[in-house]
Design a protein around this ligand. Structure first.
Ligand SMILES: Cc1ncc(COP(=O)(O)O)c(C=O)c1O
Length: 426
């Protein structure tokens, strides 16, 4: 039957219904490139859904999935555990610092947020303290389950329903460019201090190491270390959302490593399985898990999903860690990212560009208007480079497998796209 509102029966998320027609269709992906239905190949400047960190069609990841499919697809996590999940949880405990050793495996970043908040709130009850207030950035994005969405104050995702517990949003006190300065850092930490002081004691502060969907805002050096210290002073748990930054995206295995801190809870998804299969993890300290042995919650965590920690997804995640080590992808992210950032910074002389910022292999180009960002992204796509833009910010986050030649191509194409958009703007 003919669909009255679009030429497709597929309801795509985050896309206005009236704009769902005539969209591009991606039919193939290999290495760092993707092909559309018309046969055009693109350099993938956005790693699929910001998750294809090992590139597309990696033979070792396909082999790991195939072998696991043949041996055991999955089994009820309530009845039994299985080797891929056990191995993954212990490998995460090895690569995460301090006492971060207890992992729940889930399917999506939103579920990881959901688990982190439920665990944090339940922890305070377990130890007999009445804390349920959560503090996040207004420009945060922690996902879109009902609870995760409540944490964001971003206009495009803000929830229409009241949250089940108090949430305070910290507004960036300056522009993304100004917030990176020493004064910006002081002003930002003062905002968090104010949020922690005002109102009842906070249960948790949840932040991303870099505000991904909130405009790729690079937080000032020293911010996370100072926030850790603030949380300790106020007794609040610090939750780091590594869904976007984790697994090498920022040039370190985890974004918080840039500051040498140890969070109380870490959420992960996207790069954990290289985007090959849905997977997420929430890792907490042993002290937090231990609190769940007490009455009345001695039955443990009352949260989980049928396919959480799916055996094939977990097997792929174990292979991702091997590939990352063998191909030195964290190191490549740092070196290629530095070249990319330095090259794109040359574009700041264009009147269309107001800021270029980044960390590792996530670089954002902020433009003067949403129209400029759209024009640059369109010109880049026509020249064979896929990027993503939202609210005037173009985001570039290629696979960590990007080569030096790919980086040169990216820089040349984006440079030409800015020139094309500038000429059209005159
Ligand atoms: C920082 C961050 N947290 C959480 C999420 C939600 O993850 P998912 O889309 O897998 O639910 C995202 C998704 O982009 C994210 O960037």
């Amino acid at each position: 039957m003919q669909n009255a509102i679009s030429n497709s029966s597929l309801w795509r998320p985050w896309t206005p219904i009236t704009q769902q027609t005539n969209s591009m269709r991606i039919v193939e992906a290999q290495g760092n490139r993707v092909r559309d239905a018309e046969g055009n190949w693109y350099l993938d400047g956005i790693s699929g859904v910001l998750n294809a960190s090992c590139g597309h069609g990696h033979p070792r990841l396909i082999e790991a999935a195939t072998l696991q499919f043949q041996q055991l697809v999955h089994y009820d996590p309530m009845v039994s555990s299985h080797d891929p999940a056990e191995t993954l949880a212990s490998r995460l405990a090895e690569i995460l610092p301090g006492e971060l050793s207890e992992t729940c495996l889930l399917n999506s970043g939103s579920e990881a947020t959901e688990a982190a908040i439920r665990i944090a709130l339940q922890y305070w009850r377990n130890i007999g303290e009445d804390r349920n207030r959560v503090i996040t950035f207004e420009a945060a994005y922690h996902g879109t389950t009902f609870l995760a969405q409540q944490l964001s104050g971003l206009p495009f995702t803000v929830s229409e329903w009241a949250p089940p517990f108090p949430i305070d949003h910290v507004v960036l006190p300056a522009s993304p460019r100004a917030v990176r300065t020493e004064e910006g850092a002081d002003a930002l930490i003062a905002e968090f201090e104010r949020a922690l002081r005002s109102g009842p004691p906070a249960a948790a502060v949840m932040v991303e190491p870099l505000l991904g969907l909130g405009g790729c805002v690079v937080l000032p050096a020293g911010f996370l270390a100072r926030l850790r210290e603030l949380c300790d002073r106020h007794g609040a748990l610090l939750i780091l959302d590594e869904v976007f930054c984790g697994f090498g995206r920022t040039g370190r295995m985890f974004g918080f490593e840039h500051e040498g801190i140890t969070p109380d809870i870490v959420t992960m998804s996207k790069g954990i399985s290289g985007g090959y299969l849905p997977l997420a993890a929430t890792t907490v300290t042993s002290a937090i898990k231990e609190s769940f042995t007490r009455e009345p919650v001695a039955q443990g965590l009352r949260y989980g999903h049928t396919t959480g920690g799916h055996a094939v997804a977990s097997a792929v995640a174990n292979a991702v860690l091997d590939v990352m080590a063998d191909e030195k992808l964290v190191e490549n992210s740092a070196t290629q990212g530095a070249t990319l950032l330095e090259g794109l910074r040359q574009l700041e002389s264009s009147p269309l560009i107001t800021d270029v910022r980044g960390l590792g292999l996530v670089v954002a180009i902020e433009t003067d208007t949403s129209e400029s960002a759209a024009a640059i992204a369109t010109a880049a796509a026509q020249a064979g480079v896929m990027t993503r833009h939202e609210r005037g910010v173009i985001r570039i986050a290629p696979p960590l497998t990007i080569t030096t030649d790919d980086t040169v191509e990216l820089l040349e194409t984006i440079g030409t796209a800015v020139a094309v958009a500038s000429a059209a703007d005159r």
